[in-house]
Design a protein around this ligand. Structure first.
Ligand SMILES: Cc1ncc(COP(=O)(O)O)c(C=O)c1O
Length: 388
């Protein structure tokens, strides 16, 4: 007799491939070279530790009272997000969340009814699927361009049905590192406007931007919120500070959204955050936000790791995408079987993420949060496994 809910079963099924990978491969030796998940392998940023310590010091009796979005946090976010977008952003349009994860769940619960469809990219982050499946929403994997990994606007247009309510745009993109141009986003906006008219329901963009500030070589970034009014932005500090265990991020209503829609969403946010099991972050992390806004991992050091690993792989004949942002590398697995490739490397204590986790069994992902020592340790194994 099944004791778990249908939603729990659906969530489990949709993320099984990730759990199996973690079980099989990540008995990772402490002395292995770990290129799997976006986790830190070095001490946290000193500035982050100082900010959390300072924020933990009480400044009143209600310091650790129940907190929804803290005003100093939303004001700091509105100022920096507005400056990045070149558009005025109101603090009232920002909701603090437990990272991007919870902001995504909040966006889905604000906009979707069971059976509604969400278009999300393939390859793409593997946790949209369980968040959707658990609640009875329908995820529709829609392929990116198979060569450039740019948005495939025709594929998105073909995937739209009368039940489509959200298109997830993730730029810079996990796992390929692609950043989508303003022109491509404008094309998408045109398609979504026309389709919303046709189906008689507004299709929103959820702009999943946790890697927005991790960009290489001065690459420009345009948020879909700057070109399509019905956009929600989710963000996490877990990437730029490499501290995903400290849950802090936000959901922002796009600054161009018509007032009536903005008001309807604003009124729904507190009830939904409560229904999510108090989706607001810990008070301490919220107090730290103005300081967190000033901090970043070392992007030049990350760029150097990208150049070292990507340069070596390309020299040995690996077909790889040149990432414009994120901390990932994505490429074709030699022999076309990413699981076999991952197993072969694991025998040499080098751990990579097979594309099966992204519904792309011929490709694989490397995470550049691995240390320079891990990269040097792994290079001989990559050389040995290089395409013939
Ligand atoms: C594309 C994408 N969106 C959202 C998230 C969730 O970020 P966080 O765990 O910081 O909330 C991740 C984390 O890997 C991600 O890669």
């Amino acid at each position: 007799m099944a004791i778990v809910s249908d939603g729990a079963r659906r969530a489990g099924e949709s993320i099984r491939v990730v759990s199996e990978f973690a079980d099989q491969f990540l008995a990772a030796d402490a002395d292995g070279a770990d290129f799997t998940f976006g986790n830190p392998h070095e001490r946290p940023l000193a500035g982050l530790v100082a900010a959390i310590k300072a924020a933990a010091e009480p400044n009143g009796n209600d310091w650790f009272a129940y907190k929804s979005s803290v005003g100093s946090a939303t004001a700091a976010v509105a100022a920096s997000l507005g400056a990045e977008m070149g558009l005025p952003v109101a603090a009232d349009d920002i909701t603090m969340t437990q990272g991007a994860f919870k902001a995504i769940a909040l966006a889905f619960d604000l906009l979707l009814n069971p059976g509604d469809e969400v278009i999300h990219p393939k390859p793409g982050w593997f946790a949209y699927a369980p968040i959707l499946a658990h609640r009875g929403y329908v995820g529709v994997h829609t392929p990116l361009d198979p060569v450039s990994y740019d948005l495939d606007i025709d594929a998105i247009a073909r995937a739209i049905t009368p039940r489509t309510r959200i298109v997830v745009v993730n730029s810079p993109h996990n796992p390929t590192g692609r950043i989508y141009s303003r022109a491509r986003l404008e094309e998408l906006a045109g398609v979504l406007d026309a389709a919303s008219e046709r189906i008689g329901a507004r299709i929103f963009i959820l702009s999943d931007e946790p890697y927005r500030r991790i960009r290489f070589d001065g690459a420009a970034f345009t948020s879909p919120a700057a070109v399509y009014p019905w956009t929600l932005i989710d963000y996490s500090y877990g990437k730029i500070l490499l501290s995903p265990g400290q849950r802090i991020g936000y959901l922002a209503l796009g600054p161009l959204m018509p007032e009536a829609d903005r008001n309807a969403l604003t009124a729904a946010i507190f009830p939904v955050q409560t229904a999510l099991g108090w989706g607001f972050p810990d008070a301490t992390m919220q107090y730290a936000v103005p300081e967190l806004e000033t901090l970043s991992i070392d992007i030049p050091a990350l760029t150097a790791k990208r150049d070292r690993l990507l340069g070596a792989l390309k020299q040995w004949g690996y077909r790889m995408v040149d990432p414009e942002g994120t901390f990932y590398l994505w490429g074709d697995a030699p022999g076309g079987d990413s699981l076999a490739f991952a197993r072969r490397l694991a025998e040499r204590k080098v751990f990579v993420m097979p594309g099966t986790l992204f519904h792309c069994p011929r490709q694989y992902r490397l995470c550049l949060t691995a240390t320079t020592e891990m990269i040097e340790q792994a290079l001989p194994a990559f050389r040995e496994a290089a395409p013939a």
